[in-house]
Ligand binder design. Structure first.
Ligand SMILES: [Zn+2]
Ligand SMILES: [Zn+2]
Length: 195
């Protein structure tokens, strides 16, 4: 399947979404010309590696990449934008969040340098491809993984769950606050108990 699209092509939204590039593999050994563009979407089911109990890809990930070659290295620059469903790290509620990331990576079509051969990695951002095949799906997975929050929050002000009774403090309140000493209602509570 050839999913390469020439530069300058116009993409109305509908057409953009029909161009599924998740299965695209660019053979760097056969790269010719100044640049190649990859534009389209990667379907959520392609990104199953990212699926986890607390996370799922909620829609097509938009991909816009430009590949250029210079001195045996291949540079991929562009943007990804996707949508994820996550569980809040404080209140466990599920929420949807857009993900955006800027891509800038270097690919070298040869096996990763061997530590013992004396060949050193010139910089950490280089990706070595033993088979010279650049997988769009893998690139998208790796990049999205980098921008996923370590501890997702449904909102900055999320109050979380009560550590005593488990009630969602965003939705309700409970009486099991332990810091009675600083709680102005503690005195009132004590009065009620006496009566
Ligand atoms: Zn929350
Ligand atoms: Zn409680």
């Amino acid at each position: 399947m050839d999913t390469m699209v020439e530069e300058g092509a116009y993409f109305p939204d509908e057409q953009f979404y029909q161009n599924e590039v998740g299965g695209a593999e660019i053979n760097l050994a056969r790269f010719s010309g100044d640049e190649k563009r990859v534009r389209g979407v990667v379907a959520p089911e392609r990104l199953s590696e990212l699926d986890a109990e607390v996370l799922s890809i909620a829609g097509p990930t938009r991909v816009s990449l430009r590949l250029t070659k210079s001195r045996g290295r291949f540079r991929v620059v562009g943007t990804l934008s996707g949508l994820v469903d996550m569980a809040c790290g404080r209140c466990l509620a599920h929420f949807r969040q857009p993900l955006e990331c800027q891509v800038d990576r270097l690919y070298v079509p040869k096996p990763e340098p061997d530590e013992t051969s004396g060949e050193h990695r010139m910089d950490e951002d280089v990706v070595y491809l033993a088979d010279a095949l650049l997988s769009v799906r893998r690139l998208v997975e790796e990049e999205l993984l980098l921008v996923l929050p370590m501890r997702p929050l449904c909102g900055k002000t999320c109050k979380g769950l009560c550590s005593e009774c488990g009630v969602d403090l965003n939705q309700a309140t409970c009486d099991c606050r332990t810091e009675d000493a600083v709680n102005p209602f503690a005195a009132l509570k004590a009065l009620k108990l006496k009566s």
